[in-house]
Design a protein around this ligand. Structure first.
Ligand SMILES: *Cc1c(COP(=O)(O)O)cnc(C)c1O
Length: 455
């Protein structure tokens, strides 16, 4: 019998997150304060009111492994360790000699990888005595994950949800409300930033940048509230490394080591969570040929088309200034269904590794990603979210390249979540109504004109 699943014994679940910072070949550029634009001191990397102290410490920690608190581990164990599969049926359909594996984060109660950091962030806020969290969400995966995290620790939560997704994806709002959170469409009339943008453009479809500004403004306005972010920052990537740490043990069970690791990147957290625990082997020289490929949408191609420069993490310039490949913090991406990939910038850690030539990037069109997603559903059974469909498209291309060359490479897919709340998008695709969006070059040019001036 072919082995298709590599379940990890719960006793084997890793009990520490992996921090790449001490292993980077060159140090990461420091974050800069949004107002002074000066580099933030390493012991206080982010503006103090934003995050709990424990999170601030993790953001630029020098420790290679950071213990996962027992309370967080116990919640992780509700769905972790997550399964690793061998995609025999997809391989067969493609007639490829490649061995395809995928690590599946869709088994969490929220349906994605996002609870890995949501639970941790809610835990630290609660531990430091805060009562309430404020956050943004794109397609709603982050909002729903944090709604669940906040629920476990008895915290209130307000979620500012990008308006295009709020309208396209009502089910994720219902998830948030069922877990007890409040969810409003962003731009909203509840914040100054939201009111300003609605006045300028009453039909604004919103963007993650705008929603982040609203959530930060909310947190600044309430003493009992902390802001929580679903991607991009170092501490979020750190919390996601449970994925790659587990996967290393599972690939060992399969007696395999990846030649290529593929994942989708919105802010970069799910994929970094998978590949950071592997890329240390490339940095150390143990696996010089390991390839890491980031998949992003053509409609919002920060790594493949953006300049590497300083930019705000959010629309209004309240969040720290980060060195990243960016399309400009005022850029509003076209409303592709992969809402989680509609972010103007990218995690500084991924940008740094891309700049150093340690990871590659590819931009994909929406229609091709849905075609790949349907192929995956019709072979492996799993109906994937539009975001991981970008990675599946790249995996299929790489597997077909193996068929051409006759090489039996081992490909590992970081599968970030299911698409059960994205079925309307599949319906559009299957009925021929789904369309591609060209790269909005003019709008990016405009947005890049408003980058902060850093000397
Ligand atoms: C949010 C999300 C993404 C994109 O965010 P990253 O931080 O880049 O991982 C990708 N896939 C799914 C399923 C998501 O929910």
């Amino acid at each position: 019998m072919e082995r298709t699943m590599y379940p990890l014994d719960p006793k084997e679940m890793p009990t520490a997150w992996y921090n790449i910072l001490p292993d980077l070949p060159q140090p990461l550029p420091p974050e800069r304060h949004p107002v002074t634009k000066e580099p933030c001191p390493l012991d206080m990397p982010l503006p103090p009111p934003l995050f709990p102290d424990a999170i601030n410490k993790q953001e630029f920690s020098k420790e290679r492994y950071i213990e996962i608190p027992e309370e967080v581990q116990s919640i992780y164990r509700l769905w972790r360790p997550t399964p690793l599969y061998r995609a025999h049926r997809l391989e067969k359909a493609l007639s490829t000699p490649a061995k395809i594996f995928y690590k599946y984060e869709g088994v969490s109660p929220a349906g994605s990888h996002k609870p890995n950091t949501a639970v941790a962030q809610a835990y630290y806020a609660k531990k430091e005595g805060f009562k309430r969290l404020a956050t943004e969400t794109g397609a709603g995966q982050w909002g729903s994950a944090l709604a669940m995290g906040a629920m476990f620790f008895g915290l209130e939560l307000k979620v500012y949800m990008v308006r295009v997704s709020y309208n396209q994806k009502p089910y994720r709002r219902m998830l948030m409300e069922t877990w007890g959170a409040q969810c409003v469409p962003s731009p909203s009339p509840d914040t100054e930033v939201g009111r300003r943008i609605l006045k300028e453009n009453p039909d604004s479809t919103g963007s993650l940048g705008i929603a982040i500004s609203e959530a930060i403004e909310d947190a600044f306005a309430h003493d009992d509230t902390k802001y929580s972010i679903g991607s991009v920052t170092n501490h979020v990537l750190l919390h996601q490394t449970i994925v790659g740490e587990e996967c290393r043990k599972q690939m060992e069970m399969a007696d395999a080591y990846p030649d290529i690791i593929v994942g989708c990147i919105g802010g970069g957290s799910n994929f970094a969570g998978q590949f950071l625990p592997w890329i240390r082997d490339k940095i150390s020289g143990a696996k010089p040929d390991l390839r890491v490929i980031c998949a992003e949408p053509q409609a919002c191609p920060s790594l493949t088309k953006g300049p590497y420069t300083w930019d705000y993490g959010d629309e209004a310039g309240l969040a720290p200034i980060l060195k990243m490949y960016t399309l400009g913090h005022t850029f509003v991406p076209p409303p592709v269904h992969a809402g989680g990939l509609r972010y103007h910038g990218m995690a500084p850690i991924i940008c740094h590794l891309y700049k150093l030539g340690l990871v590659e990037a590819r931009a994909e069109h929406q229609l091709a990603t849905f075609k790949a997603g349907v192929t995956f559903a019709r072979t492996e059974g799993i109906i994937s979210a539009p975001e991981p469909n970008h990675a599946i498209k790249v995996v299929i291309d790489e597997a077909l390249a193996c068929k051409e060359s006759g090489e039996a490479k081992t490909i590992l897919l970081a599968h970030s979540g299911h698409g059960h709340f994205d079925l309307a998008a599949y319906d559009e695709y299957l009925s021929g109504r789904l369309k591609d969006y060209e790269y909005p070059e003019e709008k990016v040019k405009e947005a890049l004109a408003s980058l902060p001036q850093i000397t």
